[in-house]
Write a protein that binds this ligand. Structure first.
Ligand code: HEM
Ligand SMILES: *[C@@H]1O[C@H](CO)[C@@H](O)[C@H](O)[C@H]1NC(C)=O
Ligand SMILES: *[C@@H]1O[C@H](CO)[C@@H](O)[C@H](O)[C@H]1NC(C)=O
Ligand SMILES: *[C@@H]1O[C@H](CO)[C@@H](O)[C@H](O)[C@H]1NC(C)=O
Ligand SMILES: *[C@@H]1O[C@H](CO)[C@@H](O)[C@H](O)[C@H]1NC(C)=O
Length: 495
């Protein structure tokens, strides 16, 4: 099963024998613009000159006045619907049109979701700064494959130059992805400045560098000092990071997984709801506590916003496979100075494209990528906005299952159901295991217009808040350049 389909052109070329790894590397022409090689960032940490050049606020605000927002929208919407041979778009393998909508939406979410607002006093992270291009964020395991999304968007960045910053581009691309797929987006404001390095993300979490100097927070492979397990959680299951950490606002599970652990906690055999006949006993009930810990206590979201965001996010796109790295050099030393183990573009010397994950035209594609290791879409039309996420969450009985890569996920009990080809994560199922979340799920399934409105509001807040502009309207007050997508009509949507 190949989660990303290999397009006919590549297959045809492969049969004729003239696709080489080198050719494909040339095909991903602007990859390095989207992801700054780690050694360059580490050099900057050691005091060398930063490699990025960025504009001052005044200069960027001036540039923005020349930005044609409608033209930028069209460039992104066209890119989204144009599958590139060097990173084929999803959709066809799930019976839908090819689209990067899910990939771009996840890019914006992971860029923005680093925002931490603890007790309304400790703001950190957020997409502004575009530090996801830099170490350490580009090495977080949560950000696997987003190097490809940034590499694709580099084409648009080159076209628009200084008229759009990387952080405006990444957040806008996710918003366009939703809008151009037929989803709700009301408004978007520009004005995010880029950082020259990833330094400001260090307090959020660092893992996997061999050496780094110059910051009191910078420690190699720095795990959470304060960990815990739930009393009903199996002692061999991964520990969680407590919210209290000396000088850090880091992850909920482990450094590098800074959002929520998707598989959820595995129960002890003695737990009251443990069932020996299930292929796993991941607990949606305990997972809900972790979702709330991250979304409310670390990020400052209400329960309604949490449900709307997870349901809306998991409407587009899919989860992807995982090349098995066990026993390879990539598993032993996953990080090195050229970049994290999952960065895989043929010929780049980064990531397992050296034959570890497929060879020839299969190298680094589909099941030969390093992704989450879950498998499948959440909905029947992952390239188009739809309401399957909540509808099927309520109408189906979801039972524990294994992905082909060994991850614990959930499938429908009814194998002939119309939703039988969709999947759920334990963290998705948690939304019906928790009483408060469950009520909101029922409301959204019954009232799709309410869900759309709540999602649009929460998404706006998601992509606009950052350490530099911690309140959702701060950017508008600062730069004053917004769009309400007046120019988008049905005709701009995907066919
Ligand atoms: C409990 C919280 C969440 C967890 C545990 C979670 C986990 C995951 C995982 C494991 C994947 C698969 C990645 C891959 O294999 O490529 C994924 C994909 C995705 N997530 Fe989430 N997620 C969460 C919340 C959200 C939120 C709040 C949004 C957006 C508002 C979102 C948007 C997406 C999108 C659009 C994709 C599809 C990516 C693609 O098609 O390439 N997720 N998520
Ligand atoms: C947030 O507030 C709680 C309760 O007042 C306190 O115990 C905690 O230390 C605060 N957290 C931070 C990061 O200040
Ligand atoms: C924890 O999980 C391990 C491995 O699956 C299992 O052998 C063990 O019995 C479990 N322990 C408890 C207390 O449930
Ligand atoms: C990964 O490879 C190792 C070593 O070849 C094997 O033992 C393991 O079962 C594989 N895991 C999966 C999920 O296929
Ligand atoms: C499974 O789904 C099919 C298609 O919707 C339906 O006809 C059938 O009754 C369902 N089976 C059960 C046991 O619910």
């Amino acid at each position: 099963m190949a989660p990303l389909h290999v397009p006919m052109r590549l297959l045809a070329c492969a049969m004729l024998g003239f696709v080489t790894a080198e050719m494909r590397a040339d095909d991903f022409p602007h990859y390095d613009l989207g992801t700054i090689p780690a050694w360059q960032d580490l050099a900057s940490l050691r005091g060398a000159r930063p490699v990025s050049q960025v504009l001052s606020k005044a200069d960027y605000h001036h540039q923005l006045r020349a930005l044609d927002i409608q033209q930028l929208y069209s460039a992104i919407a066209t890119l989204m619907a144009t599958s590139k041979p060097y990173w084929p778009a999803d959709g066809p393998q799930d019976g839908d049109v090819a689209s990067y909508a899910g990939l771009f939406a996840r890019l914006a979410w992971h860029c923005s979701g680093s925002f931490r607002m603890i007790n309304d006093t400790h703001a950190a992270g957020g997409c502004e700064g575009a530090r996801q291009r830099h170490w350490p964020e580009n090495e977080w395991r949560d950000n696997t494959n987003l190097d490809k999304a940034r590499g694709l968007l580099a084409e648009v960045k080159l076209q628009f130059g200084d008229r759009v910053s990387w952080s405006d581009l990444m957040t806008f691309a996710g918003t366009v992805a939703i809008k151009a797929s037929g989803g709700p987006a009301k408004k978007f404001c520009f004005g995010r400045l880029d950082d020259v390095s990833g330094d400001r993300s260090i307090p959020l979490g660092v893992e996997g560098v061999a050496q780094c100097y110059g910051s009191k927070f910078c420690k190699s492979n720095f795990e959470c000092p304060n960990t815990f397990r739930w009393s009903e959680q199996n002692d061999t299951d991964h520990a969680r990071c407590k919210i209290e950490q000396p000088d850090r606002l880091q992850a909920s599970h482990s450094v590098g997984l800074i959002y929520v652990y998707p598989e959820g906690p595995e129960l002890k055999t003695s737990a009251k709801d443990y069932k020996a006949y299930w292929v796993h006993n991941r607990s949606p009930r305990l997972s809900a506590l972790e979702v709330r810990d991250t979304f409310r206590d670390r990020m400052g979201w209400t329960d309604r916003e949490t449900v709307a965001l997870i349901g809306g996010g998991h409407t587009l796109g899919r989860t992807h496979g995982n090349c098995n790295l066990t026993g390879t050099k990539w598993a032993q030393t996953p990080y090195n100075n050229v970049g994290p183990y999952f960065e895989a573009t043929a010929g780049s010397l980064r990531g397992p494209t050296d034959g570890t994950c497929g060879t020839g035209p299969e190298a680094g594609f589909g099941k030969n990528t390093v992704s989450s290791g879950f498998e499948g879409p959440w909905t029947r039309s992952p390239s188009r906005w739809n309401y399957d996420f909540f509808d099927a969450l309520l109408s189906e009985e979801w039972v524990p299952a294994k992905s082909p890569y060994g991850n614990d996920q959930w499938h429908t009990r009814n194998h002939t159901s119309e939703f039988a080809k969709t999947m759920r994560l334990t963290s998705d199922i948690s939304l019906v295991a928790d009483e408060t979340y469950h009520k909101i799920v029922r409301e959204y399934a019954a009232d799709h217009a309410q869900f759309d409105a709540d999602f649009a509001d929460a998404w706006f807040k998601l992509v606009h808040r950052s350490e530099d502009h911690p309140h959702k309207d701060d950017l508008e007050q600062d730069a004053g350049i917004c769009t309400s997508f007046e120019f988008v009509t049905q005709a701009n949507f995907l066919p």
